[in-house]
Ligand binder design. Structure first.
Ligand SMILES: *Cc1c(COP(=O)(O)O)cnc(C)c1O
Length: 301
C-alpha cells in the first residue's frame, strides 16, 4: 500500500491564507491541502477508502465496487486505489451511457475499472445489483460508513501541530469526513461542516451515526452555503473561485471546496470567530466536478 502509507507519512502542505481583512480581525486561517496529494485522485476520498480496501483484501476479495455519477471523485479514487493494490474494480453509474464519456470516467477506465451504466430505477434498487455480483466487496456511495470515518480520522494525524487550532472546517457531503475529523480532534476544537446540499435534513443524523461512541459534541453543521444545491453553482461562486485562485493560488471545485472557502470568508468577514482564532481548513481535494464546466470558465484547471 505504498500510496496510502506515503500519504499517512509525508506531511501534507499547509497553506496560510494571506488577507488583510483576516489580519485585521486577528483570525488566522491555514488550508490543509489534500488537493495537492495527486493530480486526479486527490483529497479525502483516498483517505476514506483506505480501510475498505484493507478489509476487502483481508477478507480475500479480488474485486471492489461502488456507485457514483459522471464526475465522481469517489469512483476515480476507488479505481486508482484498487489498481494500486492489485484488486479489480467495478463502478456502477446512475444514468444512460453518454455518447462521450466524461474525463472522470475515462480516467476510471484507464485505471482498469469496469464501468456499468444502470437506469435510475435500477440504481435505486441497488440491492439487486449487489446480489448479481456476490464476489465483489461493495463500498457505499461516497465511501460513507464507519471505515470511511476511520480513514478520514487519519487526515488530522498528518498535522504535526494540531493543538494550535481552535476550529477545523470542512465540506460536507455524506458527513463521513466530518465524523472522522470530530473523532480525531482535540477537546478544545470546534468542527464546522459546510453542507454542499440544499435542505438536507438527514445529513446530521447520518454523520452522527458513523461517529465513534466517545467523541466531543463541539461541532456545527451549516446549511446556508449550498448555492442552489448539490453540484449547483452560480456566476458569483465561479467568480469567487477565480479570485481565490488569483490571490491565494488555491484551486477549488464547484461542488464542495469552493462553498467551504466561500463560507470561511463570509464567516470571518461577519466576525463569526473570536479574535485569536486559528482555523484549519480541510481542502478535501477532488476537483473532478470542474470538468463538467464549459471550457475557460476557470483560470485554473
Ligand atoms: C466527497 C467529497 C466531500 C464530502 O465528503 P463526505 O465525507 O462525503 O462528507 C468533500 N469534498 C470533496 C472534494 C469531496 O470529493
Amino acid at each position: 500500500m505504498n500510496l496510502f502509507d506515503a500519504i499517512a507519512q509525508n506531511p501534507i502542505d499547509i497553506h496560510p491564507i494571506q488577507e488583510a481583512e483576516f489580519v485585521a480581525r486577528q483570525v488566522h486561517a491555514d488550508v490543509l491541502r489534500l488537493d495537492a496529494i495527486h493530480p486526479v485522485v486527490s483529497g479525502n476520498k483516498l483517505f476514506k477508502l483506505k480501510y475498505y480496501i484493507k478489509d476487502a483484501m483481508q477478507q480475500g476479495f479480488d474485486s471492489v465496487g461502488s456507485f457514483g455519477g459522471y464526475y465522481s471523485n469517489h469512483l476515480v479514487a476507488l479505481a486508482f486505489a484498487a489498481k494500486l493494490v492489485g484488486l479489480k474494480s467495478i463502478g456502477i453509474i446512475r444514468g444512460e451511457k453518454p455518447a462521450i464519456l466524461s474525463p472522470t470516467l475515462q480516467d476510471c477506465l484507464e485505471y482498469g475499472m469496469d464501468i456499468q451504466f444502470v437506469s435510475r430505477a435500477a440504481y435505486d434498487e441497488r440491492n439487486n445489483i449487489l446480489l448479481q455480483h456476490a464476489k465483489v466487496y461493495w463500498v457505499d456511495f461516497g465511501g460513507y460508513g464507519k471505515q470511511g470515518m476511520l480513514g478520514a480520522k487519519d487526515i488530522l494525524h498528518t498535522v504535526s501541530d494540531l493543538s494550535q487550532y481552535s476550529h477545523i472546517l470542512c465540506a460536507v457531503g455524506s458527513g463521513t469526513t466530518m465524523a472522522g475529523l470530530i473523532a480525531a480532534s482535540l477537546p478544545h476544537q470546534q468542527i464546522i461542516g459546510i453542507s454542499s446540499m440544499k435542505n438536507n435534513n438527514t445529513v446530521e443524523q447520518e454523520m452522527k451515526s458513523v461517529l465513534p461512541d466517545h467523541h466531543h459534541e463541539n461541532f456545527l453543521l451549516l446549511h446556508q452555503y449550498h448555492f442552489g444545491g448539490f453540484a449547483k453553482h452560480t456566476p458569483q461562486l465561479i467568480a469567487f473561485m477565480n479570485t481565490l485562485y488569483r490571490k491565494q493560488q488555491l484551486p477549488t471545485d464547484i461542488v464542495y471546496t469552493s462553498k467551504l472557502l466561500f463560507a470561511v470568508y463570509d464567516l470571518i468577514l461577519n466576525d463569526f470567530f473570536d479574535k485569536g482564532s486559528r482555523l484549519l481548513i480541510i481542502h478535501s481535494g477532488g476537483l473532478q466536478g470542474n470538468r463538467s464546466l464549459p471550457e475557460n470558465s476557470l483560470i485554473f484547471s
